[in-house]
Design a protein around this ligand. Structure first.
Ligand SMILES: *[C@@H]1O[C@H](CO)[C@@H](O)[C@H](O)[C@H]1NC(C)=O
Length: 389
C-alpha cells in the first residue's frame, strides 16, 4: 500500500470510529416539541441510546420543554450521555406524587452535560403547608436524583428553584459533579444543593451553589467525598449530617472540603448529629483553606442538633462517635459572636480534632468559641480563644 492510500484508509477508519462513538439520538426526531411534555420523546431517545452497542448521546437541543416526572433507567449496553442544551421545566406540585422530578437510575458510565437548565419551578412548594389542591398525594420532589449511578460525570449543568433538594446521590460510586450552578432563593425551604448519602468516591468541584438550605450535605454512608473549589451562599453552609436520626446508619468517613468560599450563610463548615441517636461513627473529615464572609457560625460541630420546627424536647446525648477531624486555614468574618462552636456529645466526646491557622473575626474583633466535651489539638496561629461556653 502506498503511504497516501494507507493514510486514506487510516482517516476513513478514524471517521468511522468517530461516527460509532457519537451516535446521537436527538429528542426532536422522536416527537419533542417546545412547550409540549418532553417525557415520551425523552424516553424513546433514551431507550435507543441505552440499548446501543456503541457509546451514544441523547440530545436535548436549545428550547424550553415542560417535563413530567420521569425515571431514566439503566443498565445500558455501552456508555451513554445526555446533552441538555435547553431548559426543562417541572410541573406544578399538584401534579407530582413521586420522590423525584428526574431520576437517573442504575446507570454505569454516564455523562450529563450541555449547559442546560433543570428548572424545578419550586415557588409553589416552599410554603410551610403545601397546597395539593385536588391531589392529596402530592409531595415535594427532589429535582434530580442519581440512584445507584456509577462512573459518571455531571458537568456544566444548572439546577434552579427545586421544590425540595436540588440533587441527591444515593448508592453512587465514582460520580463527579463539576462546574454546576445551583440556585434558589435564600428563603426557599429544604432546597439543599447536593445531598450525598450511602455513596463512595463522590466529587463536587468548581461549582457555585446558593440555596435556602445546605449547599452540600453529606449523609450517612458517605465515604471518600471531595468538595473542592465550591462557592457557597446563601444557604446553611457545607454540612456533614445531620447524622444519627435513624437506626442502622452507616459510617461516614474520608470527607475532604477544601479551597471553598462561603458567604452570608447560617453556618460555614459543620458536622451535626441528633441527640438521643442510635450508635454510629463519623471520622476522617477534613476542612481546609476556606474563606468565610459574614457567616453565622463558620466552624461547627453540634452533637445536640435539633430542628427548631420539631420543638426539641430534652434527649439523652448523641451516640455518634466523631473522631479524626481537622479544620485548617480557615479565615474571614463571622456574623455572630461564636466563630467556633464545637459542642460534642457528653456520652462520646469528640476525639482527635485539630484546629490549625484559624483567623475569624466578628465586628472587626476576634470571634469567640463555644466548646463542650472536646480537647482540640491546635497548631499555627489561632485568633479565637478556645474556651468552654
Ligand atoms: C484556597 O482556596 C481558594 C478558593 O477559595 C483558592 O483560590 C486558593 O488557591 C487556595 N489556596 C491554596 C493555598 O490552596
Amino acid at each position: 500500500m502506498s503511504l497516501r492510500s494507507s493514510l486514506k484508509a487510516i482517516s476513513a477508519l478514524l471517521i468511522l470510529a468517530h461516527v460509532a462513538e457519537g451516535a446521537v439520538f436527538d429528542v426532536t426526531k422522536y416527537g419533542a416539541r417546545p412547550n409540549a411534555d418532553l417525557k415520551p420523546a425523552l424516553l424513546k431517545a433514551w431507550s435507543l441510546a441505552c440499548s446501543s452497542r456503541t457509546p451514544s448521546t441523547v440530545m436535548i437541543p436549545a428550547g424550553t420543554y415542560p417535563l413530567s416526572p420521569v425515571i431514566i433507567q439503566g443498565p445500558c449496553v455501552a456508555p451513554v450521555g445526555v446533552q441538555l442544551r435547553g431548559t426543562l421545566k417541572a410541573p406544578p406540585l399538584s401534579q407530582i406524587t413521586t420522590e423525584s422530578w428526574v431520576a437517573f437510575q442504575r446507570i454505569d458510565r454516564f455523562t450529563l452535560s450541555g449547559g442546560g437548565i433543570f428548572d424545578g419551578m419550586g415557588a409553589d412548594a416552599w410554603k410551610k403547608t403545601i397546597d395539593c389542591s385536588t391531589n392529596t398525594k402530592c409531595k415535594r420532589p427532589t429535582s434530580i436524583r442519581f440512584n445507584f449511578v456509577k462512573n459518571a460525570v455531571i458537568h456544566d449543568i444548572t439546577s434552579k428553584d427545586a421544590k425540595q433538594f436540588h440533587i441527591t446521590v444515593l448508592g453512587g460510586n465514582d460520580v463527579t459533579f463539576q462546574r454546576l450552578t445551583i440556585v434558589a432563593p435564600e428563603a426557599s425551604r429544604n432546597t439543599d444543593g447536593i445531598h450525598i448519602g450511602r455513596s463512595i468516591n463522590i466529587k463536587v468541584l468548581d461549582s457555585r451553589i446558593g440555596t435556602g438550605d445546605d449547599c452540600v450535605s453529606i449523609g450517612d454512608g458517605a465515604q471518600q467525598v471531595k468538595v473542592e473549589r465550591v462557592t457557597c451562599g446563601p444557604g446553611h453552609g457545607i454540612s456533614v449530617g445531620s447524622l444519627g436520626k435513624y437506626a442502622n446508619e452507616q459510617p461516614v468517613s474520608g470527607i475532604i472540603v477544601k479551597d471553598c468560599s462561603i458567604s452570608k450563610t447560617m453556618n460555614g463548615v459543620r458536622i451535626k448529629t441528633w441527640p438521643g441517636s442510635p450508635p454510629s461513627t463519623a471520622s476522617d473529615m477534613h476542612f481546609e483553606n476556606i474563606t468565610m464572609t459574614n457567616v453565622g457560625n463558620p466552624i461547627v460541630i453540634n452533637q445536640n442538633y435539633c430542628d427548631v420546627r420539631l420543638k426539641c424536647p430534652p434527649k439523652p446525648p448523641s451516640k455518634v462517635k466523631i473522631s479524626k477531624v481537622s479544620f485548617k486555614n480557615i479565615k474571614g468574618s463571622s456574623s455572630t459572636e461564636v466563630g467556633v462552636k464545637l459542642v460534642c456529645s457528653s456520652a462520646l466526646p469528640c476525639e482527635n480534632v485539630e484546629l490549625g491557622n484559624i483567623q475569624l473575626t466578628y465586628n472587626g474583633r476576634a470571634a469567640k468559641s463555644e466548646l463542650a466535651n472536646i480537647k482540640p489539638i491546635t497548631s499555627g496561629r489561632i485568633n479565637v480563644a478556645l474556651t468552654g461556653a
